[in-house]
Design a protein around this ligand. Structure first.
Ligand code: CA
Length: 222
């Protein structure tokens, strides 16, 4: 999953960035409202974590512009503990949820997971599909009841596919889920991770849709 972090405070931003990357999210970090707006116009994100008090353009303005463009990804706003009106304004401007600053980092992660699963059209916290089960909270993966260990990048490729069976994601879209990592991604990276996932989870779990991309096929047990 690829996230946009909008935060002008360097210390908070660095802490949240480290946390999110440790949790296998691909993250872009911008520090003012104008850069946030540019990022949102040019990249696809699965979720936005938006501070409201920002230089150059207020977070609320960024949010209103985003919703005016009919971009539908979940937005989690960050507000001060005593700023009730700000939270009300944020939710009414199209935010999906809020977190209070200073962050409780575990709560932040849980709220991210809840928003991402709702955005995938799911309510259940564990994704189960054709004998494969993944738990985004614990990152436990099993195949036919046996525990499986995935690398961070294998996880980053599998999660968006298994969250929405039947949805085809192109190689580029999957590469975007890997961006934000410190090193470069090689041109065949997605193929390599798909190959690894098939070996660990079973050949049928991810289907190649020729010329289009990859999907987890819809099945009887989904
Ligand atoms: Ca701020």
């Amino acid at each position: 999953m690829r996230l946009l972090l909008v935060e002008d405070d360097s210390m908070i931003g660095e802490a949240v960035l480290d946390l999110l990357r440790a949790e296998h999210y691909a993250v872009d970090w911008v520090r003012d409202g104008e850069l946030a707006d540019t990022a949102l116009r040019t990249q696809n994100y699965d979720l936005v974590l938006l501070d409201l008090g920002l230089p150059k353009r207020d977070g609320l303005e960024v949010l209103r512009a985003l919703r005016a463009r009919r971009q539908r990804m979940p937005v989690l706003i960050a507000t001060a503990r005593d700023a009730v009106q700000q939270r009300i304004d944020g939710l009414d401007a199209g935010a999906d949820d809020y977190v209070l600053k200073p962050y409780d980092l575990h709560e932040l992660l849980a709220r991210l997971r809840a928003l991402l699963r709702r955005a995938a059209g799911r309510a259940e916290p564990v994704y189960e599909h054709e004998g494969v089960s993944i738990n985004p909270a614990t990152r436990e993966v099993t195949a036919r009841g046996e525990p499986v260990v995935l690398s961070a990048r294998e996880w980053a490729v599998l999660e968006p596919l298994i969250a929405r069976p039947g949805l085809v994601l192109s190689r580029t879209q999957l590469e975007e889920k890997l961006y934000g990592w410190k090193d470069e991604i090689s041109s065949n990276a997605v193929e390599v991770y798909i190959h690894g996932l098939r070996k660990k989870l079973g050949a049928g779990v991810i289907q190649n849709v020729r010329g289009v991309g990859y999907m987890v096929p819809r099945g009887s047990s989904s």
